[in-house]
Design a protein around this ligand. Structure first.
Ligand SMILES: [Zn+2]
Length: 203
């Protein structure tokens, strides 16, 4: 509706301007009409109405807070999309009700770019090397060429893995000798209670 209004006003202004000084008065009136149309007062709707952030890391911390509210026992996930104006927006929260996996779509609105895939590692301290991206995590980022963000719900740290520059397997967790993984880089922090949850063991 707003876009239609804008286009109509532009056409009217263009025609009047073409007729020049003879109808200067009318032209001024139309100019004001154009200005009013160019500053819509109606609130944006749908995806355009979501909070937007200047950096992907800011959006990641906001997403981490939402995913922590989704569940402390099950993995939750979502995407961050970049709007055509460069701002970053957090997508819907998903869970597969599993403590060590989650399925989610990498779809973003048409014309927007996929900026990051985000998921949690619930604090399953007895069965998981929580601060490490799993080999499956890394495979997914390399396959889809997407920035990876993981939130460790034991300490609230927000980890980032950039497939274009971060090594995928530079560390071996002491409790998993012979397995090489990475923690990526810490890019943010949220507040968590750090209580260990073990949904798969029923404890
Ligand atoms: Zn993971």
């Amino acid at each position: 509706m707003i876009k239609t209004l804008l286009v109509t006003a532009t056409v009217v202004f263009g025609l009047i301007g073409g007729l020049g000084i003879v109808i200067e008065r009318t032209s001024q009136i139309q100019e004001h009409a154009f200005e009013a149309a160019a500053k819509p007062t109606a609130a944006p709707s749908g995806a355009d109405a979501l909070p937007a952030y200047d950096t992907v890391e800011e959006a990641a911390v906001h997403d981490a807070e939402r995913l922590y509210k989704c569940s402390r026992a099950y993995e939750c996930a979502g995407v961050i999309a970049q709007r055509p104006d460069g701002k970053f927006v957090v997508g819907p929260v998903r869970s597969s009700y599993s403590g060590d996996s989650v399925e989610y779509s990498l779809t973003v609105p048409m014309g927007w770019k996929l900026a990051a895939a985000v998921h949690t590692h619930p604090c399953n301290a007895q069965s998981h090397a929580n601060p490490y991206f799993s080999p499956q995590d890394i495979n997914g980022y390399l396959t889809y060429k997407v920035l990876g963000i993981m939130v460790n719900l034991c300490d609230g740290k927000v980890h980032e893995f950039d497939w274009t520059r971060d090594p995928p397997n530079n560390e071996s967790p002491p409790e998993m000798e012979g397995t090489w993984m990475t923690q990526g880089r810490i890019v943010g922090q949220i507040t968590v209670d750090g209580v260990s949850q073990e949904p798969n063991q029923g404890m």
